[in-house]
Design a protein around this ligand. Structure first.
Ligand code: ZN
Ligand code: ZN
Length: 307
């Protein structure tokens, strides 16, 4: 029997949003007000990740003054450099950057000659200590080759709430599943990408298992994959056996388990808190992941589990 470390590691789950903008780039609210609203909505932590381009003076906003007893912040930015296959500029989320992270040569939102590639910038952010994710694959129009190229990334955004509300392109699961099937050990994050000029906030978050709510402990847990993503449902335990999977959760109406290729199965019911599924359909799929859905259609996503 196997239990993912998110459920065996010491500590408790802390709720946070990893992708957020403020007036330091193209967001509507001041950093202080963004932090206040997330704290007021019951979040334990927030990463403010303004657009790291010259037009905004390469912001890595110091949110330390907005930390309180029960709310912390992780410094970060959304990085931009190099062109994707469609000729547009890369968007790469970096959570846990030092304030002196060297600017890329990225004057605005258009690729320019001589700047780093997206892959190079992502690798530089990882080397500087960041947890790095490929942002909003569907909104970006990312190809599989694009995504494959960002070899330093820890994660892919499986759900981006701003992209759900603003253009109905929230998804990262399709491209992430293809990368998993190539053997890439990626995790999956849900984020808001909040700018506060539309209802793009408090819709998708991560629940990070860590002994304490500090930037250092949260970052270590993110890099270890000790978290799950949610729009509402709570994922409390996963027990994986050779032939079945057992989950503990808040009340849900469906549990869906996905694996490589067409491998997938679902169980539907009413107010289920211990959903179970037979896995004989999954053959030798090297990875599995779990999606929960409550009666209102809100989802939670586990990280991939390698067998
Ligand atoms: Zn973006
Ligand atoms: Zn963004």
């Amino acid at each position: 029997m196997h239990r993912p470390t998110a459920f065996t590691a010491p500590g408790r789950f802390w709720r946070g949003n990893l992708h957020t903008h403020s007036t330091r780039s193209d967001g509507v609210l001041l950093p202080e007000e963004v932090c206040r609203r997330y704290r007021a909505e019951g979040y334990d932590f927030l990463a403010l990740t303004d657009h790291f381009v010259g037009a905004y003076d390469y912001p890595i906003v110091d949110t330390q003054p907005y930390r309180t007893e029960d709310f912390t912040t992780i410094l970060g930015a959304e990085l931009h450099s190099g062109a994707m296959a469609n000729g547009e500029l890369w968007h790469i989320l970096a959570v846990g950057l030092p304030t002196d992270f060297a600017p890329s040569h990225s004057p605005d939102f258009h690729p320019v000659e001589g700047q780093e590639t997206g892959a190079e910038l992502a690798a530089r952010a990882v080397a500087a200590g960041a947890f790095v994710a490929v942002a909003h694959p569907q909104w970006s129009g990312l190809t599989l080759a694009d995504a494959r190229g960002i070899t330093a990334a820890h994660a892919v955004e499986i759900y981006n709430h701003g992209c759900a509300m603003g253009c109905d392109r929230p998804d990262g699961a399709a491209i992430a599943d293809l990368l998993l099937s190539e053997g890439r050990r990626l995790t999956m994050i849900a984020t808001d990408d909040a700018h506060f000029y539309e209802p793009d906030h408090f819709g998708g978050w991560v629940m990070v298992k860590s002994p304490e709510n500090t930037p250092e402990a949260l970052l270590a847990a993110l890099k270890s994959g000790d978290f799950y993503s949610s729009q509402g449902p709570e994922l409390r335990d996963i027990r994986l056996f050779d032939d079945r999977i057992e989950v503990e959760s808040s009340a849900v109406a469906a549990m869906i388990v996905q694996g490589q290729g067409t491998a997938a199965r679902a169980v539907h019911g009413h107010s289920m808190t211990t959903p179970k599924l037979d896995l004989t359909r999954f053959g030798d799929s090297p990875w599995l992941r779990v999606t929960l859905m409550d009666a209102a259609g809100k989802k939670a996503w586990s990280n991939p589990i390698w067998r």
